[in-house]
Design a protein around this ligand. Structure first.
Ligand code: ATP
Ligand code: PRP
Ligand code: NIO
Length: 486
């Protein structure tokens, strides 16, 4: 065993949460009712949207969170914590309420994706673990969605499967990445542990080592096909894709057919994938094998996939490793989601800063999402929890730019997409199957305005603040400035 995931350990937090917790406890602030919002300020990959993922593992972790004897002994050993606080921690449980977008929904910068309401010391402690799992899985689900949209732009269609276990950020990163990749639209994984854990299709071909292990490429191909006559995908590029791999694969395809089976596929792993896949497709079709699939791999990204398709490529399945499992590449690497205190004991709180993109929005809130009659997404408006839904003609403002405002169009249907997913520290619903989350994401991505899906310089989907909320925020800003002499 490589060690269990730290998610679910009360010590999987930043030290400052615990030092603050002790302070809240001493000051008697710890039981005051706090509201924290989790949101990100920029969509990953310089894209126009994100696919919200990681909620189920986050909620599972909250449900069981306890300080064990080992945890308390460690904390005692730091010399930072007093006995009264350590014994209070023994009773610490998460008893709060969590309201969140359902997993798989498309989400946008600045809107509260998840809101925690509960005693201050409960909500504060969980920041680190919540952000860890939600930032990562949202990043990877979004990457998968981008890869899948690129693949599906081909008139012939295309799937994405996840090949990233060898490149992921550690074992826990690999498992989380597979889960999120599937939510974002990946149709299979090569990671067998992840497949078993999440009830997914484990899929794969063979490596160059298999071919190198036999006297000839044809011997290797024949041996594999004999063992898996209905599940063989042959890797063509160990020696030369067109001059050796392809003719040998055709030989094996004919032999399999003679024995009542069909070759499933071939894999291309180097060279110009547009040119090679078109050549291989033509050869397979010409030889009477139109159903043999072409799998491609080798440092694929959404931009490579786009280029392969533009170049006339005929790839059916893209096997993506590094870029998918790590979210690597431009604007990737990490999602910068944050968790901010927005109210304490019913009073709005906010972070003021010189950078208007970083100032938070105080108070308990609601997100309204507007749809056209055809089910297309139009805009999101954040209001106070008890404010009316946005009205046609109402002026709503840009959360990062006080001068940016727009009027709410008429004829839209407004829905509050967030749900209470946990109450009294207990989940309200059982975990949803990953296939349901994948379908939800697929439908939401299809409902996005065309330009918002674009990979490069997408249209910005508008998330605005309702007028009463903006007014309360302005009042609080003025009060904080007065109080701090700013
Ligand atoms: N038609 C294409 N358009 C854009 N990028 C492509 C295309 N075909 C392949 N690529 C990408 O080009 C990069 C380099 O491919 P190349 O064939 O030179 O690599 P390679 O020689 O196989 O390298 P290595 O052996 O290190 O994997 C890869 O990231 C591959 O995904
Ligand atoms: O999207 P990727 O990160 O490229 O992951 C997939 C790659 O992993 C495997 O090869 P590997 O990279 O281990 O060896 P190679 O570079 O010799 O192909 C496989 O053959 C793919 O090319
Ligand atoms: O099955 C494959 O082809 C595979 C699996 C992992 C990484 N690269 C390729």
């Amino acid at each position: 065993m490589m060690g269990a995931s730290p998610l679910g350990s009360a010590l999987f937090t930043d030290l400052y949460q615990l030092t603050m917790l002790q302070g809240y406890h001493e000051a008697g602030l710890h039981t005051q009712t706090a509201i924290f919002d989790l949101y990100f300020r920029r969509a990953p990959f310089q894209g126009g949207y994100a696919v919200w993922a990681g909620l189920d593992p986050a909620l599972s972790a909250l449900e069981g969170l306890r300080f064990t004897d080992r945890d308390l002994a460690y904390l005692e050993g730091t010399g930072l914590f007093r006995p009264a606080f350590l014994s209070a921690l023994r009773e610490w449980r998460f008893t709060g309420q969590v309201t969140a977008f359902p997993e798989g929904r498309v989400v946008f910068p600045h809107e509260p994706l998840l809101t925690v309401r509960g005693p201050l010391w409960e909500a504060q402690l969980i920041e680190t673990a919540l952000l860890n799992v939600l930032n990562f899985q949202t990043l990877i689900a979004t990457k998968a969605a981008r890869l899948v949209s690129a693949a599906q732009a081909s008139p012939h269609g295309g799937e994405v499967v996840e090949f990233g276990a060898r490149r992921a950020q550690g074992p826990d990163g690999a498992l989380g990445a597979t889960r999120a990749a599937v939510i974002g639209g990946a149709t299979g994984t090569s990671n067998v542990e992840a497949a078993a854990r999440y009830g997914l299709r484990a899929t794969g071909t063979h490596a160059h080592a298999w071919v190198e292990a036999f006297p000839t490429e044809l011997d290797a191909f024949r041996a594999y096909a004999r063992l898996y006559p209905d599940a063989t995908t042959l890797l063509l590029d160990t020696f030369d894709t067109l001059r050796s791999g392809l003719p040998n694969a055709l030989t094996v395809a004919r032999e399999l057919r003679g024995a009542g089976h069909e070759l499933r596929g071939v894999r291309l792993d180097s060279g110009d994938l547009a040119y090679l896949s078109a050549q291989v497709r033509a050869a397979l079709d010409g030889a009477g094998f139109p159903d043999v699939q072409i799998v491609a791999s080798n440092d694929l990204s959404e931009f490579v996939i786009e280029s392969v398709i533009k170049g006339g490529g005929r790839v059916d399945v893209y096997g993506v490793g590094t870029q998918l499992a790590t979210g690597g590449g431009e604007g990737g690497g990490a999602l910068g989601g944050v968790f901010k205190l927005v109210a304490l004991n019913g009073e709005g709180r906010m972070k003021l800063t010189g950078d208007p993109t970083k100032a938070s929005v105080p108070g308990d809130k609601r997100v309204w999402r507007a749809y056209t009659g055809q089910g297309g997404l139009v805009m999101d408006v954040i209001t106070g929890l008890h404010d009316a839904a946005p009205q046609p003609g109402e002026r709503v403002s840009d959360p990062t730019n006080p001068l940016g405002s727009r009027r709410v169009p008429a004829g839209l249907t407004w829905v509050d997409p967030r749900v209470v997913v946990m109450d009294g520290g207990v989940r309200r619903q059982p975990p949803e199957p990953l296939t349901d989350l994948q379908s939800r994401a697929r439908a939401d991505i299809a409902a996005l305005p065309e330009g918002t899906r674009r990979l490069l310089n997408p249209h910005r989907y508008h998330v605005s603040l309702g007028a009463p909320l903006q007014a309360r925020r302005d009042t609080l800003i003025a009060r904080l400035r007065d109080r701090h002499g700013l």
